[in-house]
Design a protein around this ligand. Structure first.
Ligand code: NAD
Length: 479
């Protein structure tokens, strides 16, 4: 079989040192493509290319950056059905979700095309006579971008687009489960008018390629999205050599449902937040904390809705929940279902491997009533496994919501303005949702969390400038 997905290094497509295979999780007989896998030397070549290109790209005009990013955004939007089909086939989210994600990636490139024309600065009066002070933002230099598999176009987009908009050069390392999506995005970027070396794609393992990027003295900044364990090791390595680092990691996001909520809407928000994209979202609602007065009614409605969800092939019309992304992820989901039962959580629905006409990693969405101490209520599962937790009242619900090492997002369903306002202020998270699912964010505002969920400046929106630029203060004698 021909190598479909290659590295893009210094303006050229390159084969790898070894090969990997990308499979369709909805149909394991469908090979999406073979992909190149780099060793450390090939990753180092990409880093050197990015370092050699940094001066040229840093000197590019905002107009040129706008044109490059706008062209990438336009093509993603124009090809959203085709690229969404590739995404659904490779990652396993449903076709409508995958097309939506592709369009989102296009919108993100368009947003940062505009940001390239609006790079902010400030001019202030000095405290001294005859002196002027200016504050400007400069590119950081070479940025290493390390991405997970669960949003294989949107997450790379929200890292690559601001990196280039603010004049940095890029070494992009995607997750090994989604090389086809990374290659498709790189192929578009390769035709957008960048100088050779300004954008590089290196496919391969975290240990070889990822670690080489993290440890290279030529890489000035690292933006990582992925698991807590890997994030912590990256933080230690990057900090030791004083590289700038931004981490977006896991979540165990609460959705609080108060007795005064519109119950039908709250159930829909919980279903959407817990199970869509197969629960494989860092913003998924995995702890649904329900006030006692409506707990039994809510649990029964949720159980019925959970059991009615249609699990199937990601490309099939009518599928609501696609497969788990990989055998390892399915095994992790099933292991947590078993742990839930062993620890005495009350099983309400799902949690079984399913057979479908094509062989894939299918699982029925699982629902438990859990105690706050249960592992399924504390640890990130990253699959369609949700817990209902009983709360005595609002104060108890808020305390339960905050009782977690994570702090990405939190939601509340209530008709009370004062409760909603209190929750917005007191939820210990980076993002709060009122009468909405915890998952589903806008691309033009900051994204990120607190506690073990995130480290460093926020991603997305104009706040991305904090990470992708470095500030310079200049003093000029004006007299
Ligand atoms: P992961 O941590 O296993 O891998 C993420 C990336 O890091 C991959 O590209 C991987 O190859 C690379 N990597 C692995 N080991 C490395 C090392 N030693 N050095 C450098 N790079 C290395 O995560 P995953 O399984 O791809 O994604 C799932 C995780 O991502 C979940 O925990 C989820 O919560 C998290 N996630 C977080 C957000 C967020 O913004 N908070 C968004 C999406 C996913």
């Amino acid at each position: 079989m021909a190598v479909a997905f290659k590295h893009y290094i210094n303006g050229r497509w390159e084969t790898g040192v070894t090969l990997g295979v990308s499979e369709n999780p909805s149909d394991l007989s469908d090979v999406v493509g073979e992909f190149a896998r780099a060793d450390a030397a090939q990753a180092e070549n990409a880093i050197r290319a990015a370092a050699d290109a940094r001066e040229a790209w840093a000197a590019s005009t905002p107009q040129r950056r706008f044109e490059v990013l706008d062209a990438v955004g336009s093509e993603l939007l124009a090809r959203k059905d085709e690229l969404g089909t590739l995404l659904a086939r490779e990652e396993g989210k449903t076709l409508p979700e995958a097309i939506g994600e592709t369009a989102r990636a296009g919108q993100i490139f368009k947003f940062f095309a505009g940001e390239a024309l609006r790079i902010p600065g400030q001019k202030l009066a000095s405290v001294r006579p005859g002196v002027e002070v200016e504050i400007t933002r400069e590119p950081v230099g070479v940025v290493g971008l390390i991405a997970p598999w669960n949003f294989p176009l949107a997450i790379p987009a929200w890292k690559i687009a601001p990196a280039l908009a603010y004049g940095n050069t890029v070494v992009f390392k995607p997750a090994e489960l989604v090389p086809g999506c990374a290659w498709a995005l790189a192929e578009i970027i390769s035709r957008a008018g960048l100088p050779a070396g300004a954008f590089n794609l290196v496919l391969g393992s975290g240990r070889r390629v990822g670690q080489t990027i993290v440890e290279s003295p030529l890489v000035d900044a690292i933006s990582f999205t992925g698991s807590v364990g890997v994030g912590e090791s990256i933080l230690a390595a990057a900090t030791a050599r004083r590289a700038k680092v931004q981490l977006e990691m896991g979540g165990k996001n609460p959705l609080v449902v108060l007795a005064d909520a519109q119950l039908d809407r709250a159930v829909e928000h919980a279903i959407q937040g817990a199970y869509y994209s197969t629960g494989q979202r860092c913003t998924a609602s995995s702890r649904i904390i329900v006030e006692s007065a409506v707990f039994d009614r809510f649990a029964e409605a949720m159980r019925q809705r959970t059991r009615a969800l249609v699990v199937g092939h990601a490309l099939e019309r009518g599928t609501q929940i696609g497969p788990a992304v990989s055998r390892e992820q399915l095994e992790q989901d099933l292991a947590y279902v078993a742990i839930g039962r062993q620890e005495g959580a009350e099983w309400l629905a799902g949690g079984e491997a399913l057979e479908r006409p094509t062989r894939g990693h299918y699982l029925s969405p699982a629902l438990f009533v859990a105690q706050p101490r249960h592992r399924i209520a504390r640890e990130e599962i990253f699959g369609p496994v949700a817990c209902l937790i009983r709360a005595d009242d609002y104060e108890h619900a808020l305390a339960l919501a905050n009782d977690t090492p994570f702090g990405l997002c939190a939601g509340i369903c209530t008709e009370s303005l004062s409760r909603a306002t209190h929750f917005k202020r007191h939820a210990q998270v980076g993002m709060v949702m009122v009468n909405l699912p915890t998952a589903g964010v806008d691309p033009h505002v900051p994204f990120g969390g607190r506690k073990a969920s995130s480290h460093g400046p926020r991603e997305q929106g104009s706040y991305a400038a904090e990470f992708y630029t470095t500030v310079k203060t200049a003093y000029t004698a004006s007299g």
